[in-house]
Write a protein that binds this ligand. Sequence first.
Ligand code: M1P
Length: 259
Amino acid sequence: MAASVFADRPQKKLVLFDVDDTLTRPRQTVSPEMIRLLRALRKKMVIGVVGGSDFVKISEQLTVQGSAAIDEFDYTFAENGLTAYKMAVPLPSQSFIKFVGEERYKTLAKFILHYIADLDIPIKRGTFIEFRNGMINVSPIGRNATLQERLDFAAYDKQHEVRRAFVEVLREKFADYGLTFSIGGQISFDVFPNGWDKTYCLRHVEDEQFEEIHFFGDKTYKGGNDYEIYSDPRTIGHAVSGPPDTARMLKEIFLPDFQ
Ligand code: M1P
């Protein structure tokens, strides 16, 4: 058997992290303190990041002082692992559009855009469907919302449950499409083939036969986009309330001597 690229790590463990509200505040950049902690952890074991967002956004959030995300993590999984890197080398992938097919996708996109057009919410911006490799991301306000507009929508949505009602309609109308509708962030929801949730990334690490795979995430409740990987028998799940909680738990579990 070929030697593992991780032969230099004293522990044969993998620690995976969600991004928003686990390593960073939603859509914000990671703090230098968190990076210091992750670098210390990486000396002991293998680390990876698994986000629902696309690769560009994850890279923006995890790039500090000129050092790229794919160089800070052994595994970088964007779009739940549909875009994947191991030691900065891309891994094979599948695509949402190939799975759904052009005609069926057109029907879905038309329905979504009509639904949003008819939605009476306080403001609308642009980019209501973001087309990605392994999923589409749908936002009633639009992905071009500013940070303040995003926060306002998140508060509005908490009260009026715009996204919850939207996904309920889609689940019923497109029941035969084999798709999952997952509310993960503040202003949008993700749509991807059943099974292409965050557990998808685990197929990329099977060859390393890790003794333990840990996962840290904040949306670990049923319906949250961390739920499946958090509760998967292959992982040891840790539910966190935000980056300070992640840092606290990392020190407690893996890095008791961290200064
Ligand atoms: O936290 C993960 C989610 O982050 C973004 O969501 P939003 O813009 O709604 O806060 C999106 O990139 C989404 O795809 C992702 O799941």
